[in-house]
Write a protein that binds this ligand. Structure first.
Ligand SMILES: CC(C)(COP(=O)(O)OP(=O)(O)OC[C@H]1O[C@@H](n2cnc3c(N)ncnc32)[C@H](O)[C@@H]1OP(=O)(O)O)[C@@H](O)C(=O)NCCC(=O)NCCS
Length: 154
């Protein structure tokens, strides 16, 4: 018997909710150790969300934060520009549309708050991510040594 052959195969109907981070989510955002070194940044960002300076968007799949996108509302508030960072999706769930949904939600929330644009940096050695952002309507407006700066007007 060829045991390498699939023995069973099916699709799972999985509920996904996009929502803001709650304090109880903070340990899970460390993704079982991968981001434990960012524990203080995660906590500080949550505290900034409580002050109204940050939004931490989560993709909650069956109770676990499998994706995230954070919005800095304060950095360029006077220019009415939101700055995105820490966008990531759990490796096994990439290219299923979660990232695009998170970006669409970020843009909607910024528009609702009267923001006129969105910006963020993408590493120059990450052409896959840049391709996604260009598909979502972002354009390169500048660069620093390691990153392209992307922007979209809302
Ligand atoms: C970039 C990322 C957040 C997008 O989320 P996603 O759920 O995969 O996005 P979508 O399914 O909506 O879009 C898929 C697109 O994302 C990009 N993408 C997929 N996997 C990727 C990866 N490992 N790294 C970078 N970009 C990736 C591709 O452009 C892909 O389009 P394609 O199917 O035509 O190749 C996610 O892939 C990720 O976490 N990547 C690793 C971390 C990273 O690069 N973050 C971006 C920092 S600026």
């Amino acid at each position: 018997m060829a045991e390498q052959e699939p023995l069973d195969s099916f699709s799972l109907p999985v509920p996904v909710t996009l929502r803001l981070c709650r304090e109880a989510d903070l340990p899970a955002l460390e993704w079982y150790g991968e981001y434990t070194h960012d524990r203080e940044i995660i906590r500080a960002t949550f505290e900034a969300q409580e002050r109204g300076d940050m939004l931490m968007l989560l993709a909650d799949l069956n109770g676990f934060p499998v994706g995230q996108l954070w919005i800095n509302l304060a950095l360029k508030r006077e220019e009415r520009t939101g700055c995105l960072w820490a966008g990531r999706v759990f490796p096994w769930l990439r290219s299923l549309g979660l990232g695009s949904r998170l970006f669409a939600l970020a843009e909607r929330l910024l528009r609702e708050r009267g923001y006129a644009g969105v910006e963020f940096g993408v590493e120059k050695d990450n052409p896959d991510a840049r391709r996604l952002y260009e598909r979502l309507g972002y354009r390169v407006i500048g660069s620093i040594p390691t990153e392209w700066i992307m922007r979209k007007d809302l």
